[in-house]
Structures are given as C-alpha cells and as structure tokens.
Design a protein around this ligand. Structure first.
Ligand code: GAR
Length: 190
C-alpha cells in the first residue's frame, strides 16, 4: 500500500501539529508532506522547520483564493488535510475536492460553542461565562459551514466551580494531545 500523505495547516503555536508529526514519525504508512501556515511569524513555522518538515507560508488572501490551497494539495498528492489550530475558513473548492478528507480539531463539544469567531480562548471564555460543568474537544470533518461538519469523535472533561481560563486551556490541551493524532490514525485506516 502506498503511504497516505497528509498536510497540516496551522496558524499559531502548533502544539497539535507538532504532536501529529511526532505521532506519525515512525509510521511508514503515513507521511506528513508539509505544514502550511498563514502566519509567517507563527511559532509552528520555526518549530516544524527545525524538525526538517517542509514548511510553506502564505497570506490570508491566498488562503481565501479559490484554488491556491487546492493546487498545492493536488501537486503534492495529498490524501488528507488536517486543520491543527488553523483559523481561516477553507474555500469551498477545496472542500468539494476533499469530501470527508479534511479534519478539524475544535476545543469544545460541538454543536455547542462553534461558529465564526469561536476559536481558542474565546471558546473557553464563553464556556466559563455559562458556568458549564463539562467541556471537551471535537474532531470533525470540515464542510462548508464553520464547525458544522460530521463529528468523528468527542472527548470530555469535567469542570469545577473554580476554573480559570488557564486551567480550562490545560484540560483541553491534555485531551488534544492524548486523542487527536490517534483519531486521525483511525480515520486514515478506514
Ligand atoms: C487548539 O486548542 C485547537 O483546538 C484550537 O486552536 C488551538 C491551537 O493550538 N482550534 C480552534 O479553536 C479552531 N476553531 P495549537 O496551535 O497549540 O495547536
């Protein structure tokens, strides 16, 4: 069997992207072809370069253009695209070409706390404001609406009355590190 080629898209720190790179490092059936970031100054750019991963950067208008990402992914014969903290909307053309092949991680239990503007700490602040007793992460396929694609897996954690933004971030981070790469691996084996 040919190895499956994955592209990682990330906009920030990239702890998820790095964790995925490390998870598949010794796996001959899965190859991280490149990391693409829409922010040249994002920490993930330097960290992935240091690991010898091919890193591409682009502008937000390139991301928005109908065929920029599609052309790169076709050229590199990408099988799956993983959004690992990628905060731009994915163009419809890419979604049409890759149905159920684009996977996103969202730091809440969708359908709650999703949609435009709901990312990173903004999600956790809303969760805190509403005094939720649990939160979690959702791994889902990307379709044309923000955070509305088919859910692949969810993982929960309990919240106490005294949570801070930092403590919620830490719980979410732990769930993401423990589960996201493993779930990707299961999808790739289907
Ligand atoms: C992660 O918590 C991820 O779930 C979230 O951004 C963070 C990126 O962290 N994604 C979203 O909010 C998408 N709506 P990282 O750069 O360290 O991987």
């Amino acid at each position: 069997m040919n190895s499956q080629k994955i592209a990682l898209l990330a906009s920030g720190t990239g702890s998820n992207a790095l964790n995925i790179i490390s998870f598949f490092k010794e796996n001959k059936n899965v190859n991280v072809e490149f990391v693409l970031s829409n922010k040249i100054s994002a920490p993930i750019v330097e960290s992935a370069q240091k690991l010898g991963i091919n890193v591409l950067t682009c502008s937000n208008s390139e991301v928005e253009s109908a065929s920029f990402l599609l052309d790169i992914c076709k050229e590199k014969q990408i099988d799956y695209i993983i959004l690992a903290g990628f905060l731009r909307k994915i163009p419809a053309k890419l979604i049409e070409y890759y149905p159920e092949k684009i996977i996103n991680i969202h730091p809440a239990l969708l359908p709650n706390y999703g949609g435009e503007g709901m990312y990173g700490k903004f999600v956790h602040l809303e969760v805190m404001k509403n005094r939720e007793i649990e939160t979690g992460i959702t791994v889902h396929f990307v379709d044309s609406e923000y955070d509305k694609g088919k859910i692949i897996a969810q993982f929960k954690c309990d919240l106490t009355e005294n949570e801070s933004l930092e403590s919620i971030q830490a719980k979410i981070h732990e769930l993401e590190m423990a589960n996201f790469p493993r779930v990707i691996g299961e999808v790739l084996k289907r």
